[in-house]
Design a protein around this ligand. Structure first.
Ligand SMILES: Nc1ncnc2c1ncn2[C@@H]1O[C@H](COP(=O)(O)OP(=O)(O)OP(=O)(O)O)[C@@H](O)[C@H]1O
Ligand SMILES: [Mg+2]
Length: 268
């Protein structure tokens, strides 16, 4: 294991324990201990414009660089725009697509919700049914699935949260059975783990996921704005628990594990 050498070129994958993987994001991997267990479902939470999509695209690029297959499911931005964002992070973006390492596909959340609801009513809403998530391509076996975002899917379900929860339980079960790692974006109006009262649509997924990474919009007392990131949970892994600085720049995303967000800042 030559961890030092691999860190020097921005990747810590060689330092990951067997059956674990890293994100490829400098600094974040340092906080991830022995790495993310393969097959884990990790939520990426954050407010509007906090950097959730860019973070997931950076992870997608890292997986493709290491020859792994990635399915990016967008329920929000069109494919063309996502490819453009990805190209700012990785000049090989189009090559990954043409060599079928990366499938970037836009779905309509309402269509998905309707098909799921139809399946659930056929199965009398029982949890025992074993439907594969209806909208996964059948001709592509990904190592990694990214969903942008669960929030769009949950709001497409007609009213009740319970159907979304049933669907999510099945999705998590399917990903686990197929040993597919996943990063699932969840938009939150307010960071949900900083003492805020009340609950948001789709919050139940926090308990189903193996890990949670939160991105914060940071407001410094002097009015300056920045970004913070925290690994809130990762089952089976000793993580560094603190909120640290993150930057999105022309050279991609960087996390600064030694630069904690000072007290006195407001996190939104
Ligand atoms: N190449 C870049 N250099 C610097 N900043 C960038 C770059 N690309 C994107 N950003 C910034 O990153 C921010 C986060 O964008 P992103 O789309 O990832 O947020 P998001 O959390 O997915 O937002 P939403 O909730 O609207 O989906 C943007 O506001 C933009 O200012
Ligand atoms: Mg986004």
């Amino acid at each position: 294991m030559d961890g030092k050498k691999s860190q020097a070129n921005g990747s810590k994958d060689a330092a990951a324990e067997a059956g674990h993987v890293f994100t490829g994001i400098p600094g974040l991997d340092k906080m991830l201990g022995k790495g993310i267990p393969v097959g884990s479902s990790v939520l990426i939470e954050g407010g509007p414009g906090s950097g959730k999509t860019m973070l997931c695209l950076a992870i997608a690029s890292h997986y493709c660089k290491t020859g792994k297959k990635v399915l990016y499911m967008s329920f929000e931005e069109p494919e063309k725009r996502l490819v453009e964002h990805l190209e700012t992070l990785d000049k090989n973006a189009k090559k990954y697509i043409s060599s079928d390492l990366l499938r970037l596909k836009r779905f309509n959340a309402l269509d998905v919700a309707r098909s799921v609801e139809a399946l659930l009513s056929e199965a009398k809403k029982e949890l025992l049914i074993d439907v594969n998530p209806v909208f996964f391509p059948t001709d592509f076996k990904p190592d990694l699935v990214l969903m942008d975002s669960l929030t769009s899917i949950s709001s497409a379900f007609s009213g009740e949260d319970s159907r979304f929860r049933i669907y999510m339980e099945q999705l998590f079960r399917y990903l686990e059975k197929e040993n597919i790692s996943s990063f699932l974006i969840r938009e939150v109006a307010n960071p949900s783990h900083t003492g805020r009262q009340g609950s948001e649509l789709g919050e139940a997924v926090s308990f189903l996921s193996d890990g949670i990474i939160i991105i914060y919009n940071v407001l410094h007392p002097g009015g300056e704005r920045g970004t913070g990131i925290e690994i809130l949970k990762l089952r089976g892994v000793a993580i560094e628990r603190k909120i640290v600085k993150m930057k999105i720049g022309m050279d991609g995303i960087t996390v600064y594990p030694n630069e904690q967000i000072p007290s006195g800042c407001t996190l939104t």
